[in-house]
Design a protein around this ligand. Structure first.
Ligand code: ADP
Ligand code: MG
Length: 740
């Protein structure tokens, strides 16, 4: 019998890089070619309609029906000129990935002929029969109606023959059934809150944008090898596989030369992504073998989220074309690095100021300090929630697993900013005795404009300040960034609102105490801001941690500091239903209690299903791949032992067969251990499956089912070491990781 593994390995070795057709134009010329961006709107829409659309996009103005009809007309013209025949509302349900249902433009005309039509009504709203999307019980199947509504702030784009319209997806009763709706609400909240605070420094600010620059990590595996691994195929990760003797220990992959086949894939991907308006900037090899990264230039958060979703689906498509499969799972291989998606996040004003970047004047720097500190306040107050926002069954393998961020949210600020905050905090003590008499001397030291001190970038921190932004590193490679961005922007919005309230109160106090600011050369406002900032620097100190996030001491220390140290994924999800989280989201009108409860049902259910599938796949592979192969090899050895007896005298035969007998025994022990544990696994599942409550069921899967996966795997991995390589059916780690 031919071993499939050897066939696919042989074919993989023969594969050549694909020839990629490079456009004749330069990248800046084909950038956004497939996007109905402002330039195209200007060209395809009447002037007044264009102006109205810009008002809708920039200022959230209402879109009336007549305008929508005109916009649809222009869009359709542009689309048909580009060979488009279909359109779809493109949305982000609570599953992984995006959803689309294509309809063609064709309609009957009243004479029985055919025309192509696209109205404002179809552009603005649709009712996909969406009863099969997860809703956490918000929409029972007999009330299956959910509708998708156009998000004009994210431009429509063309994929193949289809015009894709970014939309939110909402239940008939108005609850969000997707990732985008809460995100848009959170972005509106943070913009309003930050704009108010900006007015202390610059009354001209009209709007604040939230920015996101994600860095997408991924693995590529040859298609043939992938298809010979049922675990990869069905779960996105390897459920077994012994370490390759060489993996990432030489550090020779990181930033190494990109292999030709991969380079061709990247080139193809980038061209297509650029055409879709995704500003791809960086590509490189990552730490683990066959692991890579792509990062665009940062964009407004909602657009960046859409672009990331789009890129992930584009990656899958282009990878297939190049006879690869892309693995977006956070931990496809044990023993080497997993993949994350660092979310570089900042706020900026419509006047062009990055609020997390220091400036030239002391006012600029006070503003900088305010935004750093209030970001920390939000992250501190909601650290458990932020962890919940990035948690998933797959990301759980990466967090707290001695790589990338631990399962504790803390923030690294670097030496300069830490010293600055300490200085401001301690200046308070020095001045206390003088307060009231001389007031406070404004003493914010000069901060260099360029703060990026690469020397002490702390790779172990889940939320690190990196010069003019924070980098939320705990986000998973497979995740929709919207989840993290909704939580983060909401948390910061709340902190800014509280800040503003307290500063305003303090300004009144100071104004009633003419002594306070006298002789300091600063206004009451200035003193008030500084006073509250000082309070907050003290308050949120526990979130600041510049040490090694991987160490055991940190876990103990974090617990002492009152940070959330929970490790169990289903329990981490509980943070969404803490009273303070519900107050946060309801207060900002981001999500209601009912929406939060429903979404948690979905989270727990998804968690359970993932572990359930992994358990079934591992059980099946154990019984019908591993045990049979090991047993077959064991029979060969037995035969050999028997044959020895025919040729040699008994005592000599026994001596010569000692090694084989040892292996025969080991195989017998390990296979029976596997069998026993698979049975236990099945029983644990049966017990869990009987639980109705999704929350408790997920906990049971986490506590009782999941640990068995590791135990079984460890037996299989040991068998892999002793069973004849030529019988082993599944491509090994060295093949999956080093062939490209
Ligand atoms: P790293 O050194 O962390 O790998 P990269 O340069 O690969 O950094 O990626 C950094 C990402 O952060 C890019 O997407 C970049 O555009 C983005 N970025 C840079 N400045 C900001 C900012 N102020 N706000 C948000 N994102 C930013
Ligand atoms: Mg980074």
């Amino acid at each position: 019998m031919e071993n499939l593994r050897f066939q696919v390995v042989e074919e993989a070795f023969k594969k050549k890089p694909l020839d990629v057709k490079v456009p004749a134009e330069r990248p800046y010329e084909y950038f956004g070619k497939k996007v109905f961006n402002r330039e195209r709107m200007y060209k395809y829409l009447p002037k007044d309609v264009y102006d109205k659309m810009i008002d809708v996009i920039d200022n959230g103005a209402r879109l009336d029906r007549a305008v929508a009809d005109e916009v649809a007309k222009g869009m359709k013209q542009w689309a048909t000129e580009n060979g488009v025949t279909h359109y779809t509302h493109w949305f982000q349900p609570l599953t992984e990935g995006t959803a689309e249902k294509h309809d063609s433009f064709i309609e009957h005309d009243h004479k029985g002929g055919m025309v192509e039509e696209f109205s404002g009504k179809l552009l603005v709203q649709q009712e996909p029969d969406a009863s099969s999307f997860p809703s956490g019980g918000i929409r029972s199947t007999f009330e299956a109606r959910g509708y998708s509504a156009w998000d004009p702030t994210s431009p429509v784009f063309i994929i193949d023959d289809t015009l894709c319209i970014p939309t939110v997806f909402i239940s008939y009763s108005g609850e969000a059934l997707d990732y985008k709706a809460p995100l848009l609400r959170a972005l509106r909240a943070v913009s309003a809150a930050a704009t108010d605070v900006c007015h202390y420094f610059d009354p001209a600010v009209k709007k604040v944008n939230s920015n996101l620059g994600w860095e997408q990590e991924y693995f590529l595996v040859d298609e043939g090898l992938y298809s010979a691994r049922p675990d990869l195929l069905l779960t996105g990760r390897t459920l077994m596989g012994h370490d390759s003797a060489k993996n990432q220990q030489m550090d020779d992959h990181y930033f190494g030369t990109i292999p030709d086949r991969v380079q061709a894939f990247m080139k193809d991907l980038e061209i297509q992504a650029l055409e879709l308006g995704i500003p791809c900037k960086t590509r490189h090899n990552e730490v683990a073998p066959n692991q890579f990264e792509l990062a665009p230039i940062f964009e407004e958060t909602n657009l960046a989220v859409d672009h990331n979703m789009l890129l992930m689906s584009l990656m899958k498509k282009v990878a297939r074309k190049h006879k690869f499969r892309v693995l977006l799972h956070e931990k496809p291989f044990a023993g080497i690095n997993g993949s994350g998606k660092h979310n570089n996040w900042s706020l900026s004003t419509d006047t062009g100021v990055l609020l997390h970047a220091p400036g030239k004047t002391s006012t600029d720097n006070l503003r900088f300090v305010v935004f750093i500190v209030e970001t920390l306040m939000g992250v501190y107050r909601h650290n458990g929630l932020l962890k919940a926002s990035i948690m998933s069954a797959s990301n759980a393998h990466r967090l707290g697993a001695n790589e990338a961020p631990p399962a504790i949210i803390s923030s690294f600020l670097g030496k300069q900013v830490s010293e600055l905050l300490d200085h401001i905090e301690n200046a308070d003590k020095d001045q206390l005795a003088l307060a009231g008499k001389h007031g406070l001397k404004m003493d914010i030291p000069v901060i260099p404009e360029l703060l990026i001190d690469n020397t002490d970038r702390n790779r172990t921190s889940p939320f690190a300040f990196t010069g003019n932004r924070f980098e939320f590193r705990a986000v998973g490679s497979e995740a929709n960034c919207a989840s993290a961005m909704t939580a983060l922007n909401s948390a910061v919005a709340e902190a800014l609102i509280n800040f503003k309230k307290r500063v305003d109160a303090r300004i009144s106090e100071i104004k009633n105490d003419p002594q306070y600011a006298a002789g300091t050369g600063h206004t009451a406002k200035f003193h008030a801001i500084l006073d509250i900032v000082r309070e907050d620097i003290k308050e949120c100190k526990a979130i600041r941690f510049d040490g090694n996030g991987y160490s055991d001491e940190w876990v103990k220390e974090a617990e002492k500091r009152g940070l959330d140290v929970e490790k169990s994924c289903p329990k981490i999800f509980e943070r969404y239903l803490d009273e303070k989280s519900i107050q946060l989201f309801e207060g900002l009108k981001v999500m209601t209690r009912k929406e939060l409860e429903a979404r948690n049902e979905v989270k727990w259910e998804t968690y359970t299903k993932k572990i359930q599938i992994e358990a079934r796949v591992l059980g099946d592979l154990s019984m019908n791949h591993i045990i049979p192969v090991a047993t077959r090899y064991q029979s060969q050895l037995l035969e050999n032992v028997e044959n020895m007896k025919d040729i040699f005298p008994a005592d000599k035969a026994e001596k010569l067969s000692a090694r084989n007998i040892k292996i025969i025994e080991e195989i017998a022990e390990r296979t029976s251990s596997i069998e026993k544990q698979v049975e236990e696994l099945i029983n644990a599942r049966k017990v869990a499956n009987k639980i109705d409550d999704e929350h408790k069921k997920a906990i049971s899967y986490h506590d009782k089912v999941e640990p068995k996966l590791d135990a079984i795997r460890s037996e299989i991995d040991k068998l892999e070491l002793i069973v004849d390589d030529s019988c082993w059916p599944l491509p090994k780690y060295r093949e999956l990781l080093f062939i490209r």
